[in-house]
Design a protein around this ligand. Structure first.
Ligand code: G3H
Length: 530
């Protein structure tokens, strides 16, 4: 494997450092004069390896964190604020203004995605475009929701005008592997439903938000979106301790989600929207089409170096075909190209977390000390910022790689005789997001699918696991998720049903009619938004 340094195309060179001096609170981009943190890329710009300094971000204090919370609370104003009471059409207009400005920043954001988290150029572009599409889809779905509720119902002599209303202040924390997309799939539905938000980006993938701060500032009323930078412990702990956060929206790790929730004094007030870790298995049956299976397993285990919550993180192969699968799969893994994100055809790219290669090496050492072998030639080869995916076989339950979410390039394979073996493991696992099952015999598949759907939330038939398309429900059982995300579901996860009811009487009906005729209420309204 070569060093990652190569001639960097001019358009992707870091000519100037990006010093993010401001944070967004109360509608103002406030200058921070205190401590700053350096943002490094693990990609080297020089022949002799050294991380590249990309810029700096504020290391905000606890006081600023609390100031952001105050700002979000003020904008929500206990439900009386401009934003939560605004007409749906006006909130949509604000969102449309934001997305049209966001689109102008594509180039800058894509370049930073590559440098900050090492995502390949096509995948970085896809992350940006998918996010823009998600915003437009959310707007359309919100209009649909609004149209469906633009009516009165009558049951047992009671009229009801039922809509969905906001929950309050949302604290939003995103992951480093999709620092734009996954964060926005929380933030955008939360905002459009009338909530106000405080958003703190992850440690890696933070500078790429800098080009979007102005768009947030000038598209939404003051205090509706607050963006702060710094350490979780300094900012998140005191914010949660106030008990003023109504929704914790987090995509990341269940341990940090637990720690953050613990700080909230009013557990029943706090709603949770969480996308957490997973250990999605691939189950390969004896009659699987091996060409297709191998291709899907390559995508599933190695896309973005395995740093996806939906990645295939353990592979079960029926003993009748395990030798053939291992031979062909490991040979194919060895053909994957490693390089910098902008190099054409790269599938494997530098790991953004400096300690990740050492962690993956620990998993490999633990597995090999307990009887597994690295079955591909390149497996485990390292550079300063990468470790080539090691295909490990045979893996057993005592090995760390069997149940730790590796979130990186290492592929554990187990063989099975009886389908009950992987099913038992899945039932015992702390996770329950998705599974991929490969095979074609309907008599075997039918009962298997009927069981798998009760162990996870998406069964991928002859296909690798994935979140998209974003209109489909993204959720998980056990420690893998709380609430459901999709364009449709997220609008519901960030809102609550609330309604106006009145007994059918001439007196009440006259008032309702007048409310409708004068259009003086933003809630009691039967107008259609097309
Ligand atoms: O990190 C988890 C992501 O939700 C995965 O999304 O399946 O589209 O890569 P993806």
């Amino acid at each position: 494997m070569e060093q990652t340094f190569k001639n960097i195309p001019n358009e992707y060179k870091i000519d100037e450092l990006l010093h993010q001096n401001t944070y967004l609170v109360d509608g103002e981009l406030k200058e921070w004069k205190g401590k700053k943190s350096n943002v490094f890329s693990t990609i080297s710009s020089t022949k002799e390896y050294q991380p590249t300094l990309l810029g700096t971000v504020p290391d905000l204090s606890e006081e600023v964190g609390l100031e952001a919370l105050k700002s979000a609370e003020k904008a929500y104003d206990r439900g009386q604020g401009l934003w939560p009471t605004m007409k749906v059409a006006d909130r949509i207009a604000a969102m449309e203004k934001f997305v049209s400005q966001m689109k102008t920043k594509r180039e800058q954001v894509v370049k930073l995605l590559m440098w900050e988290i090492g995502k390949s150029l096509p995948d970085s572009q896809k992350e940006f475009d998918r996010t823009v599409e998600y915003i437009y889809d959310t707007i359309e779905d919100y209009k649909k929701m609004d149209r469906t509720s633009a009516k009165f119902e009558k049951n047992s002599g009671v009229y009801a005008h039922i809509r969905r209303g906001p929950l309050g202040v949302v604290f939003c924390l995103g992951p480093y592997n999709y620092p734009l997309n996954e964060t926005f799939t929380l933030l955008i539905p939360a905002l459009i439903m009338g909530n106000t938000a405080i958003f703190k980006p992850a440690k890696h993938g933070v500078l790429l938000l800098a080009p979007l701060l102005e768009a947030f500032q000038n598209s939404f009323p003051a205090g509706v979106v607050n963006i702060i930078f710094g350490r979780g412990r300094t900012l998140a702990t005191p914010i949660m301790k106030t008990g003023k956060v109504d929704v914790l929206a987090l995509i990341g790790n269940s341990k940090s989600a637990n720690t953050i929730q613990e700080n909230h004094p009013n557990k029943n007030r706090l709603r949770l929207v969480l996308g957490l870790e997973a250990k999605n298995p691939a189950i390969i049956l004896p009659d699987a089409d091996l060409d297709l299976t191998i291709n899907e397993c390559i995508i599933g285990t190695t896309s973005f170096n395995g740093q996806r919550c939906t990645a295939l993180k353990v592979v079960y192969v029926h003993e009748a075909i395990v030798d053939e699968f291992n031979k062909r799969f490991s040979a194919k893994v060895d053909t994957l190209k490693f390089g910098n994100p902008w190099e054409s055809g790269v599938l494997l790219t530098p790991l953004p977390e400096p300690n990740k290669p050492a962690y993956i090496q620990e998993l490999i050492d633990d597995a090999t000390s307990k009887g597994a072998k690295i079955i591909n030639k390149n497996g485990g080869k390292t550079t300063e910022n990468f470790i080539f995916p090691a295909v490990l076989y045979p893996v057993s339950k005592e090995m760390r790689v069997f149940d730790e979410e590796q979130f990186g390039p290492v592929i554990p394979i187990l063989s099975f005789k009886d389908i009950q073996e992987p099913l038992n493991d899945m039932a015992e696992s702390n996770y329950g997001q998705q599974v991929s099952v490969f095979g074609s015999d309907v008599k075997t598949l039918a009962p298997l699918i009927d069981t798998l759907v009760n162990l996870v939330c998406r069964v991928n038939l002859n296909s690798s696991c994935q979140r998209g398309p974003d209109v489909y429900p993204f959720t998980g059982r056990k420690d893998s998720a709380v609430a459901t995300l999709s364009v449709y579901d997220a609008l519901r996860s960030f809102s609550i049903r609330t309604f106006v009811a009145s007994k059918d009487s001439a007196y009440n009906n006259k008032i309702l009619q007048e409310l409708l005729d004068t259009k003086s209420s933003n809630f009691i309204n039967t107008d259609y938004i097309l």
